[in-house]
Design a protein around this ligand. Structure first.
Ligand code: F6R
Length: 603
């Protein structure tokens, strides 16, 4: 939620800031702004709307922004409406600030400022930071003012401040991500590396409590006790191309097209053709714990939660261990009972989701052994857990998650087979089958893309959908419905097909189509056919996904025959495409749907 960029060096800052903000736009896109030091003054331009609106404003009215030091921000509003005045940066003549997170004690701090006759003009908590800095600058150096101000703040924040009178960018991090991109005689800052990979592969990931003072050839970091610390410079080889659209109309379609490769990348160095699984080094947990494991708790949000629901069935089947899957925002406020040998798994694409992160903290405080499954390198959840297995999906830019989902499944399946093996089960056949999954996924994408586009055309004007599936297809139905909701704004509900008769059947009529997901496996197939008859008897239209056609369906998407255990990898693809094309026909902003942001760092 909210993206921050910054630059200090010998190049014109404006282009670097705008490029970086475009790459971070998935984090929030209701308003944006930049501040640059030009001729010894801080010049700020901000606007409601997207980066493209900011860029047009700059081209029209601010062509003289030639400075080489600057900060920028793209916002997802929390405090204060999404308008120009509330857009960041927040500034005075002496200082300008961008912030991602929430200052919990901003009202208390506001009172302190009010007593000194200083008042807020915007609806944001961030303005308080700028006002405090400005106040302390009257009697102290910029560094002293920065430290004094940061020490007053409570809450989550990644902050970058620019000062008129010093050529140093000052940063503070607590709970929200902030990374420094290290260049030659230039340095960059951003909320995540996708904004910087076109400039550098060298990154310093700040830790909670860190303050950083950045000049063009120097980075100094202090920890929360103000002791100088060295943070490792890490090299990350994400290619700049991977964060571009590469000829696709939207990131979402590109990312669906990349799913087979994302799964391949995730599994290929971790399993081999003989069915060996090489996870021990990454998992780095006591093998005895895994051998004697008696329960697993999986916690996640949204799409990642649905990956957990699929994996529950696979983990239980191949390890014999009981698995609970919980929505993170509920889990952290519940009273869970853990068995002695529990493994806690947090799943998150971004590695930043506040509810998942806090659930992980809760698990750690409860003394559990924790493992995270994360896509974004060095993100908070990746670093907090006892161990982390990365999904190797590459950057996922579209707000709706697609390739991260199948990559999460891939990790969870490998984990199930790995633990199963430690517990003496023979999982060789399944491990080898997993290796063949990416090729099947590729075929499915290529074969269904046009067909789904065609079918979506005749369904895009409905206002309600039901998605039905049994067994492994139930979580896939939930995921299909979520995709449709978030990018097409059409109401859609996922349900276990067998549960339909206990309520949702009341919704069925000619204007409520059902998407029925039913690979040809018994006992599910025949039971689902009965459900389809029930829908037809009530004039409901049916889109069916299966490897065996039923004449009852109005539209049929034929899929490859695949081992039942692996059907989630395949059946989710046409559902993602269905949501994509419906949103396309409706003319929506697919990569940046309304009200959403990719990393949900608020509760
Ligand atoms: C759906 C979607 C969200 C995320 C959820 C969790 O397409 O993107 O539901 O899955 O916000 O995000 P992560 O996985 O980053 O923790």
């Amino acid at each position: 939620m909210c993206g921050i960029v910054g630059y200090i060096g010998d190049k014109k800052a404006i282009n670097i800031l705008l490029n970086g903000l475009s790459a971070l736009e998935y984090r929030g896109y209701d308003s944006a702004g930049i501040s640059i030091i030009c001729n010894n003054a801080i010049e700020t331009v901000k606007t409601k709307g997207k980066i493209i609106d900011l860029a047009s404003l700059i081209i029209d009215k601010h062509t003289d922004l030639n400075g080489k030091t600057g900060i920028g921000h793209t916002r997802w509003a929390t405090h204060g409406a999404p308008n120009t005045i509330n857009a960041h940066p927040h500034f005075t003549k002496r200082v300008s600030v961008v912030h991602n997170g929430i200052i919990e004690n901003y009202r208390e701090l506001e009172e302190l400022l009010n007593k000194k006759g200083i008042t807020r003009k915007t609806g944001t908590d961030t303005e308080i930071i700028a006002l405090l800095l400005d106040y302390y600058l009257k009697n102290s150096t910029p560094k002293e003012a920065f430290i004094t101000t940061i020490k007053l703040l409570r809450g989550s924040f990644a902050i970058a401040a620019l000062f008129k009178d010093t050529n140093t960018l000052m940063l503070a991090k607590n709970e929200s991500p902030l990374v420094i991109g290290v260049g030659e005689n230039e340095n960059f800052i951003a909320s995540d590396i996708s904004a910087l990979i076109q400039y550098t592969q060298q990154f310093i990931f700040l830790e909670d409590g860190d303050l950083a003072f950045i000049e063009k050839g120097k980075v100094e970091i202090e920890d929360s006790s103000l002791n100088p610390v060295k943070r490792e410079i890490k090299t990350i080889h994400w290619s700049a191309e991977s964060a571009k659209k590469g000829g696709y109309k939207h990131f979402m379609l590109k990312e669906i097209a990349e799913e087979a490769q994302a799964v391949r990348n995730t599994i290929q160095s971790r399993i081999d053709e003989k069915g060996n699984i090489f996870l021990q080094e990454e998992i780095n947990l006591d093998e005895d714990l895994l051998k004697t494991l008696d329960s697993v708790t999986v916690v996640a949000c949204g799409t990642s939660y649905y990956a957990g629901l699929c994996a529950k069935q696979i983990l239980e089947k191949f390890t014999g261990v009981a698995v609970k899957v919980e929505i993170a925002s509920e889990f952290r406020y519940s009273y869970p009972v853990f068995s002695k040998n529990n493994l806690f798994i947090a799943i998150s694409q971004s590695g930043e989701t506040a509810d998942t992160k806090e659930s992980l903290r809760f698990a750690q405080n409860s003394g559990l052994t924790t493992l995270s499954i994360v896509n974004v390198k060095e993100s908070a959840i990746a670093r907090m857990a006892d161990s982390c297995i990365y999904t190797l999906a590459g950057p996922e830019i579209s707000v709706a998650s697609t390739k991260a989902f199948v990559s999460q499944l891939a990790v969870l399946y490998m984990l199930a087979f790995y633990i199963g093996k430690l517990k003496g089960k023979d999982v060789t056949k399944e491990t080898k089958t997993l290796l063949s999954v990416p090729n099947i996924m590729q075929t499915v994408f290529e074969k269904t893309d046009e067909l789904v586009k065609h079918i979506a055309k005749s369904y895009h004007s409905y206002k309600n959908f039901l998605y039905l599936g049994r067994g492994l297809m139930y979580p896939i139905a939930l995921e299909g419905a979520l995709k449709l909701k978030e990018i097409s704004y059409i109401h859609a509900e996922g349900y276990p097909a067998g549960e339909m008769k206990h309520g949702p059947i009341a919704l069925i009529e000619e204007n409520t189509p059902s998407v029925v997901i039913s690979p040809d496996f018994e006992p599910f197939y025949s039971k689902t056919m009965s459900n389809m008859e029930e829908i037809k008897a009530r004039n409901g239209r049916i889109v069916m996904l299966s490897d065996k056609k039923s004449d009852i369906a109005d539209s049929f998407i034929e899929l490859e025959k695949i081992d039942y255990n692996f059907t989630p990898f395949v059946y989710v693809i046409p559902l993602q495409l269905f949501a994509y094309y419906i949103a396309l026909y409706l003319g929506h902003d697919i990569d940046q749907p309304r009200n959403l942001a990719k990393s949900v760092t608020v509760e």
